[in-house]
Design a protein around this ligand. Structure first.
Ligand SMILES: Cc1ncc(C[n+]2csc(CCOP(=O)(O)OP(=O)(O)O)c2C)c(N)n1
Ligand SMILES: [Mg+2]
Length: 678
């Protein structure tokens, strides 16, 4: 069904502050039209929720219009970046799409921007640089910073709008991003929508009395100010207009604490009984819309305002009618759309032209150099990766060769840096992020597993990221520098994972991960970095690294492993061939997600015996999934209980003697297999 034609006044989605002086009637009417539409749409959505026609968490923006409408009108919709919050329906309406698109989102209709995979206001328009919010408040700030930087790196004079509430201002992502934006001089307007509450919690229980949120900016070297968005709308337009012009010209971030209202409580179900008697009357008395309406009536006349309101109401009703009749979603291809589809393969230069003898660290360095040389959209970021060359020297000399900002040393802010990388990826760059140790990736869990990993499923946007994770133990690094985190991360849909075990595979895996349109975790076992050199060549079949490689042929059992254990498994298999005359089909899994197990299935169908070996812990370990997937298909053909060899269910212990006991090692593996063979 065709969407109703919007009232003519809604054709204008932009405003310059100067228009308030040049053609005040037009400007005021335009602002009022959008504010009024936002308000009546929010009210109607609340009504539809109460009628049971809309589900989820309806958190209205009533009381926020005095900020979000001027801001969205002033933004440059051709270049700027935004991520709206749950109070910003007015911003969504102005930024892009038809009112019906937004209502379809609330109705969770088949045609909703998120294909009904996300609810309420959790949509965006990535193609128009409106990044869809996730519920985790604060988490969108670094993505706005990254996407804004992407635009700037491409020579576009973009400004980013990073919106968050007073409650969200306590999250780590907010602080990390303020620091990052100031450090990198990113042109982002940070906007605190201070409505006095985080759900039921008043600001006096959120931050220390006597402090004000806007004052935090100065600690980060960010110019900041407070702006009352509940009284003089024209003044808000002028002040925000100046701030945006300033940011665009200077490329420095700014912080504004906007005083706004939350007129309908936290959400539709909020009873608001935590408010003091009469408190909400005070808020309604400060509602900017009736006062602004009086100004507009004074300027344009009441007949014009009334006819505009009537037009907007009938437009809204026509849209509600259409969306109410829009088909409900069908399950359709959900599993197929977790990952973004591949883009056409990159035409890599067939280099290195001659074979080179390299260890894994050097092979990765070669791969990074190749990517940075051949792909202008690439960049690498991480702690100490610049002049120092990274904790494991994998990025050695890349800074000298490619310089900043393509080789970007970052502060200790894994969450914001990963969110920043997500923003860069959404805007067209392809970042490669090094975590100093994989263990520190837990700091970025939300960004990795919820923001990046779910991006394609809920928004249709690709989020191409390579996340390099130096992992694994055996090096006396203790509990926080030794872990294998693949089963933690890869239990979340939307992340891919590669775990090379040789220099050639490391080189290939880096290129394959880079080419992929999804976040790919590249597990790099630290003990493999310098395990020895072997030949690395340009391999046109490098994408085969997404499938397991068979290392040995045998008939007694199918033996599956990955990472450093591949090398130990090779020695173990040789031992059994020699001493027991028992041979194994030995597979290096290489790709942990998605799993491509066809060859291993074929082997197991033949051998009927399965050994799975990995360094990660046993319980909830990756082996549990492998055993389940492999044996459920061959259950009746199995000749023995599958054997699962893994580390103990312990934090990684420090002393070499203790760590030796914790990890699988050659003698232990031989003993376990021999006992299993009986
Ligand atoms: C990190 C995080 N913790 C908890 C929540 C649950 N939650 C949803 S909205 C909200 C209050 C947010 O307050 P504020 O940032 O001031 O925004 P407001 O709703 O007032 O606009 C909370 C606690 C969340 N979404 N994200
Ligand atoms: Mg709040």
């Amino acid at each position: 069904m065709a969407f109703p034609t919007p009232p003519a006044i809604l054709a204008a989605h932009n405003l310059r502050a100067a228009e308030l002086d040049q053609s005040p009637n037009d400007a005021l009417l335009r602002i009022y039209a959008w504010m009024h539409l936002a308000r009546i749409a929010d009210n109607r959505i609340l009504e539809l929720f109460r009628q049971g026609l809309i589900r989820g968490t309806v958190a209205g923006g009533q009381g926020n219009e005095g900020l979000i409408v001027p801001l969205a009108l002033l933004a440059d919709k051709e270049t700027d970046i935004v991520s709206f919050t749950h109070r910003d329906l007015g911003g969504h309406l102005i930024w892009s799409g038809h009112l019906c698109d937004h209502l379809n989102q609330y109705f969770a209709n088949a045609d909703s921007p998120t294909k009904a995979r996300e609810g309420n206001i959790h949509h965006g328009d990535p193609k128009q640089r409106s990044l869809p919010m996730i519920s985790h408040l604060g988490a969108m700030l670094p993505a706005v910073a990254g996407a804004t930087d992407s635009q700037r790196r491409n020579g576009k004079p973009a400004v980013g709008f990073a919106l968050f509430g007073d409650g969200s201002s306590s999250t780590g992502d907010v602080h990390e991003t303020l620091n990052l934006a100031s450090l990198l001089s990113l042109p982002v307007l940070f906007v605190i929508e201070n409505n006095g509450y985080a759900y039921s919690t008043p600001i006096r229980e959120q931050y220390a009395a006597g402090t004000e949120l806007w004052q935090r900016g100065s600690a980060y070297g960010i110019e900041s100010f407070k702006l009352d968005c509940t009284s003089d709308v024209a003044q808000v337009v002028r002040t925000l207009g100046r701030a945006i012009d300033n940011i665009r010209a200077t490329s420095r971030p700014m912080l504004v604490e906007a005083q706004v209202l939350r007129l309908r409580g936290h959400a539709a179900y909020d009873t608001c009984d935590y408010l003091a008697p009469g408190e909400s009357d005070g808020y309604f008395a400060r509602d900017p819309i009736p006062r602004f309406r009086a100004d507009v009536v004074a300027a344009a006349g009441s007949a014009r305002v009334e006819s505009l309101e009537a037009e907007l109401s009938s437009f809204l009703e026509a849209c509600v009618k259409i969306c109410h009749a829009t088909p409900r979603p069908k399950p359709g291809p959900m599993l197929e759309e977790v990952f973004a589809p591949p883009s056409p393969p990159i035409a890599w230069k067939p280099e290195p032209a001659a074979p080179v003898q390299l260890n894994v660290a050097q092979a990765l360095n070669l791969g990074l150099r190749k990517i940075l040389s051949e792909r202008p959209e690439s960049l690498i970021l991480g702690q100490d990766i610049g002049t120092y060359g990274g904790a494991f020297k994998v990025t050695d000399s890349l800074m000298k060769e490619f310089g900043r900002p393509r080789v970007l040393n970052t502060p200790l802010a894994e969450s914001a840096c990963t969110g920043y990388a997500i923003g860069l990826a959404l805007a067209g760059h392809r970042p490669i992020e090094e975590f100093q140790f994989s263990d520190f990736a837990t700091e970025a869990t939300t960004q990795l597993t919820l923001n990046a990993a779910t991006m394609h499923f809920r928004s249709g946007a690709a989020c191409p990221l390579v996340l390099r994770l130096p992992c694994g133990g055996g090096l006396t690094f203790g509990s926080f520098h030794s872990q294998e985190l693949e089963s933690l991360f890869l239990s979340m849909p939307g992340l891919k994972g590669l775990y090379p075990s040789t220099p050639q595979d490391a080189f290939n895996a880096l290129l394959a991960a880079y080419e992929d349109n999804n976040p790919v975790l590249l597990f790099e076992h630290k003990a493999l970095y310098r395990r020895g050199r072997s030949e690395v060549v340009w391999d046109p079949n490098f994408r085969e690294v997404w499938s397991p490689r068979k290392l040995r042929d045998g008939d007694f059992a199918t033996f599956v492993t990955y990472g450093e254990m591949v090398h130990i498994a090779g020695e173990v298999a040789a031992y059994f061939a020699e001493e027991y005359e028992s041979t194994f089909d030995l597979f290096d899994l290489r790709a942990l997600a998605p799993l491509r197990l066809e060859h291993i299935h074929a082997s197991l169908a033949r051998t009927g015996r399965l050994i799975v070996l990995h360094e990660g812990r046993r319980t909830h370990g990756f082996g549990a999934e492998l055993v389940a997937q492999l044996t459920e298909k061959h259950f009746s053909a199995m000749k023995a209980t599958p054997l699962r060899i893994a580390s103990l269910d312990l934090p990684v212990p420090f002393a070499p003697e203790l760590e030796h006991e914790f990890r699988p090692h050659k003698e232990k593996i031989i003993d376990r297999i021999a006992a299993w063979m009986g």
